[in-house]
Write a protein that binds this ligand. Structure first.
Ligand code: NAD
Length: 250
């Protein structure tokens, strides 16, 4: 039976763990060849092994997404091996919450480098390699819409990602390349657990109309929709995947 992404070639940044790993698996399950790119190449290889074991096709890449060359190398390698490039998911980030007074130059550089600069380089390199039908999906956050205490830089970075999404969609639309964002609510990944106090989890669930935290698959299914031609007239926008929490007053 034909799958939604048969013949497509994709790259997922931060694809070794958490939401990125789930997106990588979902794209592969729908027939895409998936490049799994992560700072932790060892874990990217574990994710690739999982995809191969499930009958999919994937390649692991190590590298820092804050550097443009990381995208150059991965996209070139995918094109060389599979002849085309169609889908980019900008998902990787390094983030630390904390009070404004505790932000250091190193933290700021790393958060902006992984969360914002990487999206610029990904869109630049990825769109250059794509032809008509290409799709770029930026993983932003509900924190792009609401203020979150002790997450000033994160909120700024993710708001910026929505700006990159809108402007690049306008520029790339005439070439048939779409750019959209997915904005997750709270999903208990390793990254989230580092930053959100366990006591806050119950409060977040209580504020969520659908009554639970997100699962990585909830986010992956939204990314899959935006990657596929099911969303062929959608560009320059974002989908909140948050159980209704962001726009609720509870
Ligand atoms: N988990 C949540 O609740 C939540 C909520 C809103 C938005 N998001 C967004 O979803 C995305 C994924 O979040 P997650 O919770 O799965 O994160 P995570 O921290 O669990 O995983 C991030 C992955 O990115 C990789 N990475 C970090 N720095 C890198 C670099 N410089 N180069 C390459 N790879 C690097 C890490 O090794 C890791 O595998 C992020 O963009 C995050 O902001 C997550």
């Amino acid at each position: 039976m034909a799958k939604r992404l048969d013949g497509k070639v994709a790259l997922v940044t931060g694809g070794a763990r958490g939401i990125g790993r789930s997106i990588s698996s979902a794209l592969a399950a729908e027939g895409a060849v998936v490049g799994v790119l992560d700072l932790r190449e060892d874990l990217a290889q574990v994710a690739v092994d999982g995809i191969l074991a499930a009958g999919g096709t994937a390649m692991a890449f190590g590298g820092d997404v804050a550097q443009r060359e990381t995208f150059d190398k991965a996209v070139q390698a995918l094109k060389q091996a599979h002849g085309r490039f169609d889908i980019l998911v900008n998902n990787a980030i390094w983030v630390r919450y904390g009070p404004i007074a505790a932000i250091t130059p190193e933290m700021l550089t790393r958060m902006v480098g992984t969360g914002f600069n990487s999206v610029v380089w990904g869109i630049q390199v990825g769109s250059e390699a794509m032809t008509e039908g290409g799709s770029i999906i930026n993983i932003a956050s509900a924190a792009a819409f609401v203020g979150v205490a002790e997450a000033m830089v994160y909120g700024g970075v993710k708001s910026g990602v929505l700006g990159l999404t809108r402007s690049s969609a306008v520029e790339l639309g005439p070439r048939g390349i779409r750019v959209n964002a997915v904005c997750p609510g709270s999903v208990p990944t390793d990254g989230m657990k580092l930053n959100v106090d366990p006591d806050m989890m119950a409060t977040r669930i209580a504020r969520t109309p659908l009554g639970r935290l997100g699962e990585v698959e909830d986010i992956a299914q939204a990314a899959l929709f935006l990657a596929s031609s099911d969303s062929s007239w959608i560009t320059g926008t974002s989908i909140l995947v948050d159980g209704g929490a962001t726009h609720a007053i509870r």
